[in-house]
Design a binder for this molecule. Structure first.
Ligand code: ZN
Length: 215
């Protein structure tokens, strides 16, 4: 059985999709150019509320429909410092969780190794581009009940933690590219986004249709 870490804690098994995705309703994903994606989000203060739990469920549902690795609250149009993830890292370990008010820890220079790997974004439907980032990340924040939380990632999961924290500061991976590369990626998005959005729409339809009754 492959390893699963839920909220950073090794867990014997975990359903796929995660139960939050089943409870939640997929929301529209914001696209580069929308204002909510380009400014710093507000800290979460309403811990332990049904509204926050429902938002997290909806974010998991949206990420699942869009076949994403992770999604930030401003990608569903909500101005809050919050993201969720459900993804498998370079070593086959599945990571599932959510974090509010995340802060990336500064790693000592000798612990930083930059790796350049392709990165995409649900809010930039279509293109992928190589982005250099440290291959190790630690974020500190809170869970939905306000408990302190520390999440550590390596490889692709480290990339994901950094990409999502960037979102909450109004930064997209496009902002880490040269002007020319950014313009090329946006042109590619213009060509590809209709197909990506059509695929999401058809997956939402499946999500709404109840499975056939057992015989
Ligand atoms: Zn993104």
């Amino acid at each position: 059985m492959s390893e699963v870490r839920v909220q950073g804690v090794p867990t014997p098994s975990h359903p796929s999709p995660t139960p939050e995705a089943g409870r939640g309703t997929p929301r529209r994903i914001t696209v580069v150019g929308e204002e909510v994606l380009s400014r710093r989000c507000q800290p979460v203060t309403g811990f332990g509320t049904p509204e926050l739990a429902a938002l997290i469920d909806d974010m998991f549902a949206t990420n699942h429909i869009a076949e994403g690795a992770a999604i930030a609250a401003n990608q569903v149009g909500v101005d809050l410092q919050l993201f969720v993830w459900d993804m498998t890292d370079d070593w086959g370990v599945r990571h599932v969780g959510h974090i509010a008010n995340p802060v990336l820890e500064d790693l000592p220079a000798d612990a930083r190794r930059l790796v350049e790997e392709p990165e995409g974004c649900l809010s930039v439907p279509g293109p992928y581009r190589d982005v250099a980032r440290p291959d190790h990340a630690i974020v500190r924040g809170r869970d939905k009940d306000g408990n302190p939380l520390v999440i550590e990632g390596r490889g692709y999961f480290a990339r994901c933690l950094q990409h999502e924290t960037d979102h909450l500061y109004g930064r997209l991976y496009l902002d880490r590219l040269t002007r020319r590369e950014r313009a090329r990626a946006l042109r590619e998005m213009a060509d590809l986004q209709d197909a990506v959005l059509a695929r999401r729409a058809s997956r939402i339809q499946e999500h709404r249709t109840p499975p056939p009754a057992a015989p």
